[in-house]
Design a protein around this ligand. Structure first.
Ligand SMILES: O=C(O)CCC(=O)C(=O)O
Ligand SMILES: [Fe+2]
Length: 228
């Protein structure tokens, strides 16, 4: 089988593998100072105030719970509808700042993206549970580029193979702090073998916005799996 193209090709010195031993397999890289801090602060405030954030709910065991963050979906016109735990998310059209950020991320990664899922974690109590971004519509080897703005939060990774036996304090997890203005790349092959989460951090009182740029296949609905 052909190996997926290695990332990053253009300027490896600017990308830090998140962990030396696991890096070759994880194919997850971080560029800490991707955006200039002032530009990142301006963008954070713009998005926080201008995105029409959705507060969606999940149904579990017959009960409804608000998901622990706000979110929104932006995409090219032809990239379809996003169906998420029975909710339909019609993508919004790119705004000029979001499109400009997409172009910068494309230039840095040498990949193309037609959509972005944006999460707003209002403080350290907002989270995303363990999951992989491995929906069928993202193709067999998704490439995810993730920009972080605002409060620095810990991002944890674990091997899918360990998922069933893991506890939340598992020392086998990798933890990487995602600073304001950083770009994390989960390259081809990562989602099949690794899961990630943004855990609760109650000492964090400030908000964080995360944008994950993705490429979804054309004109098919994106059926996202449950994600709490
Ligand atoms: O907030 C983050 O850094 C991760 C978000 C995430 O994993 C997702 O939206 O799929
Ligand atoms: Fe994710």
């Amino acid at each position: 089988m052909r190996q997926p193209e290695l990332f990053p090709a253009p300027s490896p010195e600017r990308w830090r593998p998140i962990d030396h031993d696991a890096a070759a397999e994880a194919r997850i890289f971080l560029r800490e100072a991707f955006l200039d801090p002032e530009a990142a602060t301006t963008l954070y405030a713009q998005l926080r105030d201008a995105v029409p954030w959705r507060q969606d709910e999940l149904r579990a065991y017959g009960k409804t719970h608000p998901i622990p963050r706000l979110h929104q979906w932006y995409a090219d016109d032809d990239s379809g509808t996003y169906v998420w735990s029975g909710l339909t998310m019609h993508p919004l059209p790119w705004t000029p700042p979001l499109d400009a950020l997409r172009r910068r991320v494309e230039a840095a990664t040498r990949r193309r993206f037609n959509s972005a899922l944006i999460n707003y974690y209002r403080d350290g109590r907002d989270t995303v549970g363990w999951h992989a971004d491995d929906e069928v519509e993202l193709g067999p080897a998704p490439f995810i580029a993730s920009v972080s703005l605002g409060a620095e939060r810990d991002f944890l990774l674990r091997r899918v193979a360990n998922a069933d036996t893991d506890t939340d304090t598992e020392p086998r997890h990798l933890s990487v702090a995602l600073p304001h203005g950083s770009l994390l790349v989960m390259a081809e092959g990562s989602q099949a073998r690794w899961q990630h989460t943004l855990p609760r951090r109650t000492r964090v009182t400030e908000g964080r916005i995360n944008l994950t740029f993705r490429h979804v296949s054309r004109a098919t609905p994106l059926h996202s799996k449950r994600r709490s």
